[in-house]
Design a protein around this ligand. Structure first.
Ligand SMILES: [Zn+2]
Length: 158
């Protein structure tokens, strides 16, 4: 994701193609341009640094694809809770490996038990999340939702 100013510079430098534009016009002294919405890099640029993903509620939900890790149903952000696989009261840490997305019902049902005690197996083993450009998109999408991106990201914004 880049600002529209940066997008225009990249375009003037022939580094990107503009695939989609907004209806909004950007005016310069001589002419005006449609504001770019989707760019394609002409050359692949390798990310410079490995970025760690911050451990927080939202990122756990993104890792788990908004799916309750017990009943496998998908929920909206507001209908999900963070579940400590090993309960906090029993020394369960706040970590990528001990936090999963869970719906209210499952979280309540599991209560103060481990998944095996509650007979509620986890959908998948929780692992720390690795950063990817797609992840960055999803993490920032809440404030900058843009429908013209959808076909390129192959994901749904709900
Ligand atoms: Zn559930």
């Amino acid at each position: 994701m880049v600002t529209w100013q940066r997008a225009m510079i990249l375009w003037f430098q022939h580094k990107v193609d503009i695939l989609e534009s907004h209806e909004v016009l950007i005016r310069s002294v001589r002419t005006s341009y449609s504001a770019p919405a989707v760019l394609r890099l002409r050359y692949y640029i390798k990310p410079k640094t490995y970025r760690r993903v911050r451990l927080c509620r939202e990122n756990i939900f993104i890792r788990d694809q908004f799916q309750c890790q017990y009943c496998a149903k998908t929920f909206a952000y507001k209908d999900l809770t963070l579940d400590h696989v090993m309960p906090v009261s029993r020394g369960g840490p706040k970590s990528w490996k001990n936090l999963v997305a869970a719906c209210h019902k499952c979280n309540h049902k599991k209560g103060n038990q481990t998944p095996s005690e509650a007979n509620m197996p986890l959908l998948k083993k929780p692992e720390p999340m690795k950063w990817t450009p797609k992840f960055d998109m999803m993490a920032r999408i809440k404030n900058t939702r843009d429908d013209s991106w959808t076909p390129y990201l192959q994901m749904q914004f709900t």
